[in-house]
Design a protein around this ligand. Sequence first.
Ligand code: AMP
Length: 283
Amino acid sequence: MTVVLRTRAELQSALADAPRPIGLVPTMGWLHDGHRTLIGRARAENATVVVTIFVNPRQFTEAADYTKYPRNEARDLAVIEAEGADVVWAPPVDEVYPAGFDTTVAVGALAGPLEGAARPGHFDGVATVVAILFNLVGAERAYFGQKDAQQVMVIRQMARDLAIHTRVVACPTVREADGLALSSRNVHLSPSERAAAPILRRALVAAHGAWAGGERSGDVLRTIMHEVLATERGAAVEYVSVADGVSLTELDIVDRPALASLAVRFGSTRLIDNEILDASPGT
Ligand code: AMP
C-alpha cells in the first residue's frame, strides 16, 4: 500500500520510523518507463522507497513550459503503486517553498555550460529543490536518470559540497524501440515531429561509432552529429557537445572519458540526449 502525503511534516513523521535504507526517486510526474525503472531499482535496493511528484517552478526558464508541463496525478499514483513504492510525496508549491522562502542553492562551474547555458537559472532551481528533498527524506540513496547527465553531475556536486550523505545513483536511459529517449515532453510532439525525433539518438550513435573506431577529434565528432541532425529539416539544433566527462568543458582531443550530448527543438518541444564516450572497463 502506497501512502500519499502532502506536507513536509507528514513526510517527516512517516519516515521517522521507516525501515532503512531509504531510496528516494524525485520526479515531476507524468511517469513513463524511465521513471518506472528508477522506482524499480530503488525498490530492489532499499527497505523503504519514497517517490516525489513535484513540478518545480524554479527550474523552468520559460513560463509556458511550466504551464503546459503534463500532469496527471491519478495515473502517476497507479504507476507508483504498481512499482511497490511505500510513500509518495506530492506537495503543493507553497509546501516546498513556504512564504518567506529565500534561499537558492547554486552549483558553480558544472552548472555553467550545456543545459546551464541554454536555460539560465535551471540548475539553481534543480539544486535548490533537490537539496530540500534530500534534507527532508534523509535517504541513503537517490535515483536519477542518465538521460539528464549534467543534472546527475550537478546534484552529486551539490550533495558533496553541502555534506548531504544521500548517494546519487545514475540509472541508464530508457528508450523507445526507435531510440528516442522517453521523456514527459514527448507527449507534445506532433506525429511528424515524433517521427523525426529519433535523429537525436542517430546523431549520438554516429558520434559514438566514430569514436569507437578511433576518431579523437572533438570537432570531427561534433561535426558528425551536426551532419546527421541536418538531415532532419524539422530539427533545430540548440547545442552539440563533446565535453570532458568530469568538468564538462568542451574537448579538442577526446583523450579521456567524455560526454557527447545535444539539445534539439522540434517546434516548441525541446529534447535532450547524451552518450558516454568512455573506454574504461565497466562503462
Ligand atoms: P523528470 O520527471 O523528467 O524530472 O525525471 C525524473 C527522473 O527520471 C530524472 O532523474 C530523470 O533523469 C529520469 N528520467 C527521465 N527520463 C528518463 C529516461 N528516459 N530513462 C531513465 N531515466 C529518466
